[in-house]
Design a protein around this ligand. Structure first.
Ligand SMILES: [Zn+2]
Length: 354
């Protein structure tokens, strides 16, 4: 009997500490890179920065005198400090759900850094797959994103310019990917889906059923191409991506709008300050501020699915599910309705002023 118990406890221990077999990281147009040294810590997956950066076409090194890790990027250096969940790029600061930490002698970051935060900060198109458990293989064309974008821009070029277009609302995450986890076991994927659905309803009721599309209307995972499919339809005027954050400190809070630092108009790259995304962000900020919701900032962060093109796109980090006030705003019906109303007003102002 004791042998069996020993075996059982060994099995349980092994189950808790075991490293997952591997993950696959693919930068658009590059060969997939498989990372086999994968650790789980407190339920999160951690990857070594030294393994992750080459997979993303980046480099970096540990600065032993400053005790921080410097990542070199086209926009400057990003400092990663062990134990500190804030990452900095110039004056921009982002809060990671898990602080980077040394495990087995290497500085490791939570997988969301690779699949979400770093791509968002730098405008990289990254596909991330956990190979254990096996995820469904990507759609056949998922690796030919360039072709996809070319078709998408072609279509958009044919759309008459004066038409008041429709809005695509993209609730982040879904299915196996819960996004951030917050108070009372709330998940980002559920919270943003609920807000997206209600926003869709507002637009349908007040502007017309044909004026809005959701990328997902239920709890399922989307490939990048599926997520972007509605964006390729004719007459799309704006893309609104909805997310929420989590932080280890309960007082961390705030609503942020993210836009790409540069966008393309007829093949010419220009600072986003002159483009539609910034005007959309300003319209949203105006409406949110007017409704009493403080917008902590409009930050340049090129977003994973739309790192190129000229479609006005804003990613809204609606708040922190780990902060009591933000959580209430995102989940209590009356507060939620006010927030949705403000997002609607911002979108309406934007599409009608085009
Ligand atoms: Zn998210």
């Amino acid at each position: 009997m004791w042998r069996f118990l020993l075996f059982l406890s060994a099995l349980l221990l092994w189950g808790e500490d075991r490293a997952l077999a591997k993950v696959e990281v693919t930068l658009v147009n590059r060969t997939p890179v498989i990372i086999e040294e994968v650790y789980t810590h407190q339920g999160s997956i951690f990857l070594a920065l030294d393994d992750v950066l080459p997979a993303l076409g980046l480099s970096g090194q540990w600065d032993s005198s400053a005790r921080l890790y410097q990542i070199s990027t086209p926009y400057g250096k990003i400092s990663v400090v062990p134990g500190n969940s804030s990452i900095r790029l110039g004056s921009q600061v982002m809060t990671l759900p898990q602080a980077p930490r040394f495990i087995d002698g290497r500085l490791r970051v939570d997988e969301s850094f690779v699949r979400e935060y770093l791509p968002a900060l730098l405008g990289l198109s990254v596909t991330y797959r956990n190979l254990d458990p096996q995820e469904p293989p990507p759609a056949p064309e998922a690796d030919s994103l360039d072709l996809f974008f070319a078709r998408l821009l072609e279509k958009k070029g044919l759309a008459p310019e004066a038409t008041i277009g429709k809005v695509v609302i993209d609730p982040g995450h879904g299915g196996d990917d819960p996004g951030s986890i917050g108070l009372n076991g709330s998940t980002e994927k559920d919270v943003v889906l609920e807000i997206a659905r209600q926003l869709e309803k507002q637009i349908k009721m007040k502007l017309g059923a044909e004026r809005v599309r959701l990328t997902r209307d239920s709890d399922y995972a989307l490939t990048l191409e599926q997520r972007l499919q509605p964006v390729g339809e004719a007459d799309v005027a704006a893309l609104l991506q909805l997310h929420a954050q989590a932080a280890s400190h309960p007082e961390t809070h705030g609503l942020y709008l993210f836009v790409r630092p540069r966008e393309e108009t007829r093949g010419v790259s220009q600072p986003a300050a002159q483009g539609g995304s910034m005007r959309l962000a300003e319209a949203l900020r105006g409406a949110l501020t007017g409704a009493g919701f403080a917008v902590a900032g409009i930050l340049p962060a090129p977003l994973l699915p739309l790192g190129r093109g000229d479609l006005p796109s804003v990613l809204v980090e609606l708040g922190y599910l780990t902060n009591a006030d933000d959580f209430e705003r995102l989940t209590r019906p009356e507060e939620q309705t006010r927030l949705i109303q403000a997002l609607f007003e911002g979108l309406k102002t934007f599409v009608e002023s085009r």
